[in-house]
Design a protein around this ligand. Structure first.
Ligand code: AMP
Ligand code: MG
Length: 516
């Protein structure tokens, strides 16, 4: 165990690539470089609000001292750190947006331990060359959301960046939460987040767009050597792209499994390692609605709605493939690799749904039933999390009344008429299928409990926890932090409830804007 201030950073990214070393924080285009040096802007009164003990143990970092908290808030940079903001571009809502870059993220440094690379990055530590017209800061509200949700996703077993600490800054920031002209001051905060790398699809897109071929070649090979070291041979770039396709397809099925909606799947928010990255106006589904988007900026198109995520994953991979065209004389193989996404996705998807439904295997008939689950759930719109946990309790002997009683706690609207019939038919079909399962009831239960979380952090819970934290009360925050560490346990009865009525209409409890 070592204190953060004593950690010896190696910084292979900045040592390998061209950067703008001026330290100039004024917003600008920085062609030809991959990063710009950015010293965090100090804050008044840093206070540690949360610390991820198990991540710290993995990183072998000791409990923070007062001096460490200065690092976590951007007030102190140690000798071996090299703080920088990365340059990248992106397609936002389907349109090329040009240079974006880390406008409010500053990487402090990286090191390698037990063959695993770690990059440490502050989010909200002040302006960088890429802040454009914004302030480089993050509000407590969005920082609590990123801190809790990225850790929650980790404990759900879903690839994600992680968060080590949450610090309040003692400074207020002006934000227009709903972009409606009602700006207000909100408390500021900083999250220290970690990942093996924060490189995005957009990190490659910007080099291809600017025809910075030397930089592009170097970045692609460096990425492969460092993060995909098992890839060798003639067709390295192709093999690598195939793995990114695979990881992205897998991530999409994992989001579908738990009902996670990212909300801003722009190519600058797509990790090259297939991690969930850049937590903004995300949400879990409450009622099962494939059309749900938590992002007010995403209306009316609903490009990033729950049910669209897999096809957006594919679209984004298409943008990455375009950025890699330089490496190919003929594009056939690259196109083939891209179009393999669909098959790979469905394979992962059916395997995942098989586990969610507790099936011994997934046959062609089962695939049809899975399709009907999608259809009927989309009509009845029960609470997704509650529905799947209750499904564990279904037995082949159950009668219609019993079925309706069992699922009653999951209905926002009690199904009537045709949708009631369709719902009962589906559950009875499922019950019949369970009868022929080649695994025991106990095994089915175990399989389903591992695939269907009992606890998810819902937006209204975050909203409440944040409101209380702003008043200095951390009870709910602590409760959520404890519960998220064990999301599949048959516990959490207190939180095993539908979204309450009051939260349906309340601002910030269902939909959020990007400034969240
Ligand atoms: P996002 O979609 O939230 O990941 O952010 C899109 C772009 O806006 C990125 O380049 C961010 O760094 C930048 N950005 C978002 N909020 C701020 C802020 N408060 N200050 C500076 N840049 C920001
Ligand atoms: Mg982003």
């Amino acid at each position: 165990m070592q204190n953060l201030v004593h950690k010896d950073f190696r910084n292979s990214f900045v040592n390998n690539f061209k950067g703008d070393e001026s330290g100039d924080l004024s917003p600008r285009q920085t062609p030809g470089v991959l990063y710009s040096k950015a010293i965090p802007t100090p804050v008044k009164q840093p206070k540690l609000l949360a610390w991820s003990q198990d991540l710290a143990a993995q990183l072998k970092i000791a409990m923070p001292t007062k001096e460490d908290i200065e690092v976590l808030s951007g007030n102190k940079i140690t000798a071996s750190m090299y703080p920088y903001a990365a340059r990248y571009a992106g397609h936002q809502f389907g349109n090329w947006a040009g240079q974006l870059g880390d406008g409010r993220a500053i990487t402090l440094g990286e090191w390698e331990s037990e063959k695993q690379k770690w990059e440490l990055q502050l989010k909200g530590a002040g302006p960088t060359a890429y802040s454009r017209r914004a302030d480089g800061r993050a509000v407590l509200r969005s920082s609590v959301r990123e801190y809790l949700m990225s850790e929650a996703m980790h404990h759900l077993g879903i690839p994600t960046t992680r968060a080590l600490s949450l610090v309040s800054t003692g400074e207020d920031i002006l934000r227009d939460m709903f972009y409606d002209g009602n700006a207000a001051f909100e408390p500021g905060a900083i999250v220290l987040r970690t990942a093996p790398s924060f490189l995005r699809f957009g990190s490659f897109e910007i080099l291809a767009a600017g025809k910075e071929i030397d930089n592009l070649e170097k970045l692609v090979h460096w990425t492969i050597d460092n993060y995909y070291p098992h890839i060798s041979g003639e067709n390295k770039v192709l093999e690598w792209f195939k793995e990114v396709v695979e990881k992205t397809a897998f991530l999409m099925t994992e989001w579908q499994r738990v009902g996670f909606v990212h909300g801003v799947m722009n190519t600058d928010n797509m990790s090259i390692l297939g991690l969930t990255i850049d937590y903004g106006p995300f949400s879990f589904l409450d009622d099962y609605d494939p059309n749900f988007t938590p992002n007010t900026t995403d209306l009316p198109g609903r490009r990033y709605a729950f049910g669209n995520q897999p096809s957006i994953g594919y679209w984004n991979l298409g943008r990455l493939a375009s950025a890699l065209l330089h490496f190919f004389d003929e594009t056939d193989e690259l196109e083939e690799a891209l179009s393999s996404y669909e098959n790979i996705f469905w394979q992962h998807y059916y395997a995942m749904m098989g586990r969610k439904l507790g099936l011994d295997k997934v046959t062609e008939t089962d695939k049809k039933m899975i399709g009907r689950f999608e259809e009927v759930l989309g009509t009845v719109k029960p609470d997704m999390t509650i529905f799947y946990r209750l499904l564990i309790k279904v037995t082949p002997e159950m009668q219609k009344e019993e079925i309706l009683n069992l699922f009653a706690p999951s209905f926002y609207t009690k199904p009537e008429g045709n949708s009631k019939m369709a719902f009962l038919d589906l559950i009875q079909e499922y019950a019949e299928r369970i009868r022929s399962n080649q695994i025991s009831q106990a095994e089915r239960k175990e399989l389903m409990e591992k695939a269907n979380p009992k606890f998810i952090i819902r937006n209204y819970m975050l909203h409440q926890a944040i409101e209380e934290l702003e008043k200095g009360d951390n009870q709910l925050f602590e409760k959520l932090q404890a519960a998220m560490k064990n999301p599949y346990a048959d516990a959490h009865q207190e939180f095993f409830k539908k979204r309450p009525d009051w939260a349906t209409q309340k601002a910030g409890c269902s939909m959020l804007s990007c400034s969240s």
